[in-house]
Design a protein around this ligand. Structure first.
Ligand SMILES: *Cc1c(COP(=O)(O)O)cnc(C)c1O
Length: 387
């Protein structure tokens, strides 16, 4: 009889042979720097795009505003039982007001939101049409739902248009699912075009994940929907608080009726202990400051344009139109080797490998941050062609 653990070792050995074995890295943080293997590196692998998580002064001011009574590290229950602390209402009210929407609902994480909302709204006579490159949490949400689902080619409006024309009348509802700013390619969805398609059919809804755009895009940092002027046309505008907003959790901006429905149907909302109230307070604190952070947003945009121009000049292909800059390598082991090379040069850049990205498209993923200096950017550019 085979040892029941043997298959695990075999699976690990296979991953290792493919260069795809993942291990938990150990690192110490100091502002925008990270220490690992005795080396100080600029952290270009986090999602702290505005440098808010690294901002000691911001945290200090928040801590000074807290009393031991406010500092609640546990909500001790689901929000539907006794965990609905006023901090959640305040955060949701602030979010809804900021977006000029009827309501907002906060979730413990973006993963919870995406894996919870899709199964709650998509039934067996519904169809989900998702961009080919959407995040794993959205894919898991589709898998958990009882709906049929199809993928359209990445950012390909023509393909989506065909799928809608073929299918829309055969289903109760069709839900178009996309990210606004794609996490691995750094390019953007044509949101206005998606809205136009949606409006051709009475039974089509639009779900947009703004995880990498919230805090960064649009005049007040509300995301690509704000930037492209279509907040009001998106049925489910989902954003996360753990990336540029330097906190934890996620939210969806929606109609009041949708919110009430979600509160009654989203299992990762109902059957989980709410976030610590102190986290909701911190999110509220950061949210209050975000609209005024235009300077940090402009700085990030300027850095990103600079690096993308340098890549173009060196004829390095890159799909990005944002601060997320992938350098395509292909082979996983080679991507890891090049990432280690960058790390030895003081830049903490990591390889992103399958299954996070499609087979054969392993890459270095550079996440720029508004708090890096011009000197650091120039250094980074000089190292890239020597990879
Ligand atoms: C990070 C991410 C999520 C998950 O959000 P968490 O709050 O980290 O769980 C969802 N969607 C996209 C596109 C993401 O990049």
């Amino acid at each position: 009889m085979e040892n029941p653990y043997d298959y695990m070792q075999t699976a690990l050995d296979e991953l290792s042979a493919q260069g795809n074995l993942r291990i938990l890295p150990h690192a110490l943080h100091e502002g925008r720097y990270l220490y690992a293997a005795g080396q100080k590196m600029l952290n270009l692998s986090s999602n702290d795009y505005l440098g808010l998580a690294a901002d000691l002064e911001l945290r200090t001011r928040f801590l000074e505003s807290l009393t031991p009574e406010d500092f609640l590290p546990s909500s001790s229950s689901s929000r539907l039982l006794t965990g609905n602390h006023p901090a959640f209402d305040e955060l949701e009210t602030a979010l809804a007001r900021l977006y000029g929407a009827e309501s907002a609902l906060v979730f413990n994480s973006g993963y919870d939101a995406n894996t919870g909302i899709l199964p709650a709204i998509a039934m067996q006579d519904d169809l989900i049409l998702a961009d080919k490159l959407v995040h794993a949490s959205l894919i898991d949400g589709m898998r958990l739902s009882r709906a049929h689902w199809l993928r359209f080619k990445h950012n390909n409006v023509k393909h989506l248009e065909r799928l809608l024309a073929l299918n829309a009348s055969n289903y109760r509802h069709v839900i178009i699912v996309t990210e606004s700013l794609f996490s691995m390619d750094g390019d953007e969805a044509p949101l206005r075009e998606l809205v136009r398609l949606k409006q051709l059919y009475p039974n089509v809804l639009l779900y947009v994940d703004e995880a990498h755009a919230f805090g960064l895009r649009g005049p007040r940092g509300l995301g690509c929907c704000e930037e492209q002027g279509c907040i009001g046309e998106v049925d489910f505008l989902m954003g996360t608080l753990g990336k540029a907003a330097a906190s934890a959790g996620a939210f969806v901006i929606c109609r009041r009726v949708i919110r009430d429905y979600l509160v009654n149907h989203v299992r990762p909302f109902i059957f989980t202990t709410a976030l610590p109230p102190v986290i909701a307070k911190w999110s509220r604190h950061v949210l209050h400051l975000l609209p005024e952070m235009g300077e940090r947003r402009q700085r990030l945009d300027q850095l990103a344009r600079h690096l993308r121009r340098a890549l173009r000049e060196q004829r390095i292909k890159c799909p990005s139109t944002s601060h997320i800059i992938p350098l395509l390598i292909g082979d996983s082991a080679e991507a890891v080797r090049r990432a280690e090379d960058m790390q030895r040069r003081g830049f903490y850049v990591r390889a992103v490998r399958p299954p996070t990205v499609p087979e054969g498209t392993a890459r270095l993923r550079i996440s720029l941050r508004a708090d890096m200096t011009d000197e650091e950017m120039e250094q980074l550019i000089t190292y890239i062609p020597k990879m």
